[in-house]
Each structure stands twice: as C-alpha cells, then as structure tokens.
Design a binder for this molecule. Structure first.
Ligand code: F0G
Length: 458
C-alpha cells in the first residue's frame, strides 16, 4: 500500500457536504435519467466527476482575486498572467480563454479544414469534438500498451512513433494542419508522456513541417512523473522539465482548471505571429478582448498565482500520492484499475467488474450509477457512452477499446478518509456485481452526448 502523504496545507475554510438517504438517491437517479451530469450537486456526497475547476484555491489565490483589475483592455491582471505564462511556458504569444475547449475551438477554427486530420496520442472529448465540428478527423495514435489496463508501462501516454510516421505518410502532411499530444493522457488513464517520446514526436512533426501543439491541461503532473520515472530527470526541477517540454512545441492549448488550480480559465499559446493575429480575431468574436479572453481580471490573477502553485513539488508529491493510494485501496477490494495509477484520477476497469454487460449496454455507465446508489459518489463513464460513434466511412458503430469509470480527484479538496469511504463503497458493489444490469439510451445528441443523454435501466 503506498503511504498517504500528509496534505501539505491545513484547512481554513470548509464547505459542508451531506449524505442523503438511499431512497432519496434512488429518486434523484430516476429524475436525472440515470445521467450523473444531470444531478444536483447537493445530492452528491463525494464528487469525483472531474478534477476540472473543482480544486480549492489557496489563501494566496484568494488574495490575488482582491487585486483583480477589471479594466476592459490592458488590465494589470493580464500583465501579471503574461509574466507567469512567459516564465513557465516560454511561447512568444498567448491569449487567455474562458476554458480549455474555448482555446481548442479557436485553434480548430483557425487551422482545421474539412477532411483534414489531427493526430495525437488520444484527444480528450472536447478536443475531438472541436476538430470534428470543423469537419476534421481527430486521430489517436497512442502506444498499444495503453489499451492493456494491467500493463505497468511508466509512460502509457506515449505516441507510437512508427504509427505516427506511417499515418503521416498515408494521409499526407498537407492534410494535417497541426499535430498534438495530450499531457497527461486523460482519455487513456491520466498516463504521462515521456520527454524522450515528446522529443521524438516533435522531430516527426517538424520533419514534415507540421506545427506541434501540446494539450497542456495536466502538464505539471506530467512533468512530475518525468522527474520520478525518466532517467536523467530526478535532479531537475518540475519547472525546468516543463520548460524543456514546451521548448519542443510550437504552441499549446490549456484548460487552466486543472494544473493552474483555478475554477475557470484557459490559455492558447503559439510562436506563430500570423496564427496569433487570426487567434486574436477569433477570440474577439467568441471570447472577448485579447487581454481578458472571456475571464474577469480577478480570474487572470488567480491563474497567475495558481500556475506556480501547481508546480510546487511538495504539492505534486501529495497529489500523485493521494491518487496512487486510492487506486491501491480499490485494487485491494478486488477491482482492477488502469496501471499504474494516473495523475489526476483512478480509472476502474468496468468491463472487468461487470463482464456480463456488453459494450452496447454501457458497463461503465452501469458502474457509475451503482457508485451513486451505494455511496452517493459521482464518477464519470469514459467508455461507450462517451466515445462509441458511427464511422463516417463504413457506417458501422465503433466501440472504444476500454470501458472505464473515472474517479477524478479535485485538487486540495478531499482527505484520506474520503478516499477510504470511496474504496469501501466500491468493495460493497464488487460483492453484488453479478446482479447489476446494463442501460439503454432514451435520448442522445450527436456530439458530446455523455453530457445530456438520458438512460433507462435494462
Ligand atoms: N484537454 C484535456 C486533456 C482535458 O482533460 C480537458 C477537460 C480539456 C482539454 C477541456 O478543458 O474543460 O477547460 O474546456 N477535461 C475535464 C475532465 C472536463 O473532466 O477531464 P475545459
């Protein structure tokens, strides 16, 4: 059992949570159409739906909020954020955006033309949808080890470099407006990408003159994994590692709601001056003036402080230790999770817990509902509800390789006893797993359907 690192902070403000009785939970489930996204947050006891925007800000961030400059243009807050972004990421140009998907939308609007491909290790669902919404084809080229949940490969987020080269040769570099990599690979288990792989990815993209963008949502966690696991990086600071990583790329999109530990915010960075001009015009159309990008001045200040706190190594050791602890306790209950534990979340192998439920009946969703029923805990399905789709060329349903339930851990928010409660709840579910049944859709929109779909138990 990994030791649970003591939280490197103490609690100054609290927020009450309440465990509602089983009958009320049942009613809430029915009213939500068995979709946990449609639930009232007050009916949830432990909310592990996402680590996005759900973290606890520090006293320094709350103090920074009071310094927010709400000037429409050229606010001091913008320049404080600019200094942090330049110091940490080192790109020539940047704009704030209200969150990660806004940055993705703008990048896709500027660069993706119908029929073009955007390769990555694995695109997150919003990135995937933003590329598809422009007629593009997001393509996932992660290493095969990523699809074997038990494989303990230390960098399961890596791109398969041979597959990447073959893919570019096949579709032609002219049909690839930019290439990406997601750090850490959220859709594949919160798994890191090694520096060696990042260098190889950059070399391949650049040898074909394809601009390289990093989806940097969890770059600090990725950098800490590199420090812990990759030879030659133990003595480097996480900030130095991050800087080296971004020096390989031509730009990045980032949801600041993760490793910048803010409740809202995003970034889009580039070294390309012409692209930057187009980005600013798109931003003004959709988000706001380039010095605030859809955020309040105080949000920019909270981000400027949070970016540094997200790189703090005592914090990162606690953060990744907490995730590893929860994974180990769940494994102890006989439930397999993606190995090794990810950075921000534990990914339960729902197909292994519920082998009697076929993919067309959503085993990940079934486990998700059961976790709420048993313990008022909210997780999120990352499986067929999120990713099964009709193939544009063949007209066939394509199912994802893994059916997962993700338990994402908000930053600096829950304690060890909360983690123990989650593991104990799962142990009880595991004991009656054979009696759990699947679900069918009663409503599903075409894009990003997991957010608003409705289900019926079978
Ligand atoms: N990229 C990655 C890797 C993400 O995990 C997310 C969001 C985004 C982009 C989009 O950022 O939410 O700020 O618009 N992930 C959240 C999650 C929603 O729960 O994993 P956003």
């Amino acid at each position: 059992m990994p030791t649970y690192p003591p939280e490197p902070f103490r609690i100054k403000v609290t927020e009450s949570i309440r465990l509602i009785p089983p009958a009320e939970r049942e009613k809430a489930l029915k009213e939500a159409g068995y979709n946990l996204f449609s639930m009232k947050a007050e009916d949830i006891f432990i909310d592990l739906l996402t680590d996005s925007g759900t973290g606890a800000m520090s006293q320094e961030q709350w103090a920074a909020i009071m310094r927010g400059d709400e000037s429409y243009a050229g606010a001091r807050s913008f320049y404080r954020l600019k200094a942090a972004v330049e110091d940490i990421f080192g790109f020539k140009y940047f704009v704030p955006a209200h969150q990660g998907r806004a940055a993705e939308n703008i990048l896709a609007a500027c660069l993706v033309k119908p029929g073009q491909y955007v390769p990555s290790n694995m695109h997150f669902d919003t990135t995937d949808a933003n590329i598809r919404a422009r007629g593009g084809r997001p393509t996932n080229l992660v290493i095969d080890e990523a699809f074997d949940p038990a494989n303990p490969h230390p960098f399961k987020g890596n791109i398969d470099i041979a597959k990447l080269k073959a893919f570019i040769e096949k579709v032609g570099a002219a049909n690839i407006p930019f290439g990406m990599v997601t750090v850490t690979n959220n859709a594949g288990g919160g798994q890191p990408v090694s520096m060696e792989n990042l260098k190889a990815i950059a070399d391949v993209y650049h040898s074909y003159k394809i601009p390289f963008f990093i989806d940097a949502a969890r770059y600090a966690e990725n950098s800490f994994f590199i420090k812990e696991r990759e030879p030659g990086y133990a003595h480097k600071s996480v900030k130095e590692i991050a800087r080296e990583m971004f020096s390989l790329a031509d730009g990045m999109t980032m949801s600041a709601k993760k490793d910048a530990i803010v409740n809202i915010g995003g970034l889009l960075c580039t070294n390309d001056e012409k692209l930057f001009e187009n980005v600013k015009n798109e931003l003004i159309l959709r988000e706001g003036f380039p010095t605030y990008g859809g955020l309040a001045g105080r949000d920019l200040d909270a981000m400027a402080v949070g970016l540094y706190e997200g790189l703090d190594e005592a914090y990162l050791a606690y953060r990744l230790g907490q995730t590893a602890y929860l994974a180990a306790r769940i494994n102890e209950a006989g439930i397999p999770t993606i190995q090794p534990a990810g950075g921000h979340a534990v990914y339960l192998d729902a197909a292994a817990v519920l082998p009697h439920i076929p993919q067309s009946e959503f085993p990940g969703q079934a486990l998700c509902v059961e976790l709420y029923r048993e313990g008022a805990i909210r997780g999120v399905e990352i499986g067929s509800v999120m990713f099964a789709h009709m193939d544009a060329d063949t007209g066939q349903m394509v199912y994802p390789k893994l059916e997962l339930l993700r338990l994402a851990i908000p930053r600096r928010t829950y304690t060890q006893s909360h983690m123990d409660y989650v593991a104990d709840t799962l142990r009880r579910i595991k004991e009656r797993a054979a009696s759990i049944r699947g679900y069918k859709f009663t409503y599903a929109p075409e894009l990003l359907r997991h957010f608003t779909a409705k289900f019926q138990p079978l």
